[in-house]
Design a protein around this ligand. Structure first.
Ligand SMILES: *Cc1c(COP(=O)(O)O)cnc(C)c1O
Length: 356
């Protein structure tokens, strides 16, 4: 896509990547079978590989991260039972109230700073049940935390959460859609993260750049029920090895390079900070800028071929990924600096003149 003489730089999300020739070739050549009969060897290979990587005994390929999360939550928390999570969690903000709608799950929230749920916060919220009090069944954490700007739960924090919850007999689900970014940022191993949760969803179509899919990691004994829940949610697939092949290709070719996305996010953040804007220091591949008139910034930048989003009236968000290289990010930096300087200047002039 191009506007005028420029290539469009799309920093709206890391979901916008398109499969390249190598990934497409892997998909075209994938060996397949009917996965509902458990006969797709490529799906099996993907599930086995991720289970091994994160140290789980079972794995289930799902069409989306939302579905992986919802299956996991329904496995851990029954209808009329309680889940505790951060108030800005993806499962609450971006999953169409599915925990309530499909799981009958009551959620109670903590206001975690930067989205990082700690044992200390949880200790004040989780409840033991008794005949007249609804007890907490499970806790959910998000790694990295999307709405907080790709923030990382440190391993020690997750271990402390695990220790607290184990002591109370509570389960932990980790929404690890961007766990790959956390691993790249910290060097923490997949296994170390895996040991801190009872189940974990990992996404193939964000930083890894596959077109479709997530994988739910869980104990093998939960697989039959997980498979039934997936089928009931409309996620039973047939020759889905075509899609799993893209995931396997991404695991071979796109994990190491995530560090480049982080370097590009740092470049954008530093450039905008040097230009005088308030930027949250990015921990991974998401940059949040506090700027008045965010919607106007989005519209004006789009006209210059730089696509970004405004998650709030005074917040602009940039997400770096596989299809936005260093050159593209440099161009985005130039456009955004000019557009934001103009929009902020306009707002100041309006305020100074007293015009509405
Ligand atoms: C993207 C995302 C999901 C959902 O994944 P989909 O494949 O879009 O359904 C879940 N959790 C987090 C934190 C995400 O970023």
């Amino acid at each position: 896509m191009s506007i005028g003489s420029f290539e469009t730089v799309d920093l709206r999300s890391d979901t916008v990547t398109r499969p390249g020739p190598g990934m497409r070739a892997a998909m075209a050549g994938a060996e397949v079978g009917d996965d509902l009969f458990g006969e797709d060897p490529t799906v099996r290979a993907l599930e086995d590989r991720l289970a091994g990587l994160f140290g789980f005994s079972g794995a289930l390929f799902t069409p989306s991260g939302v579905m992986a999360n919802q299956i996991a939550l329904q496995l851990l928390v029954g209808p009329g039972e309680e889940l505790v999570c951060d108030a800005e969690a993806h499962i609450l903000a971006h999953e169409e109230a599915s925990p309530a709608r499909y799981g009958g799950i009551q959620t109670r929230t903590v206001a975690a700073e930067r989205g990082v749920v700690t044992a200390a916060l949880l200790a004040g919220v989780v409840r033991r049940g008794n005949p007249y009090t609804l007890g907490t069944r499970a806790v959910e954490v998000e790694q990295t935390h999307t709405r907080a700007g790709g923030t990382v739960h440190p391993l020690d924090t997750l271990r402390a959460v695990r220790e607290l919850t184990s002591g109370l007999g509570l389960s932990v689900h980790m929404d690890g859609a961007r766990i790959w970014n956390a691993m790249a940022a910290t060097g923490t191993s997949a296994r170390a993260y895996g040991r801190t949760a009872d189940s974990m969803s990992v996404c193939l179509s964000k930083g890894l750049g596959a077109p479709v899919g997530s994988v739910l990691l869980l104990p093998a004994e939960s697989l039959p029920r997980a498979g039934k829940l997936r089928h009931g949610l409309g996620g039973g697939m047939r020759q889905s090895g075509i899609l799993a092949a893209a995931g396997l290709y991404a695991l071979d070719h796109h994990v190491e390079r995530i560090a480049e996305d982080h370097a590009n996010a740092a470049l954008l953040a530093a450039g905008l900070r040097d230009a005088g804007f308030t930027v949250r220091p990015p921990e991974t591949n998401i940059v949040l800028i506090e700027v008045p008139g965010a919607d106007e910034v989005v519209a004006r930048a789009a006209k210059e071929g730089v696509l970004v989003t405004a998650p709030g009236a005074e917040t602009v968000r940039l997400v770096t990924h596989l299809d936005a290289g260093r050159q593209a990010c440099r161009r985005a930096l130039g456009v955004l600096t000019a557009v934001m300087t103009d929009v902020v200047g306009g707002a100041r002039d309006t305020a100074a003149s007293g015009r509405p």
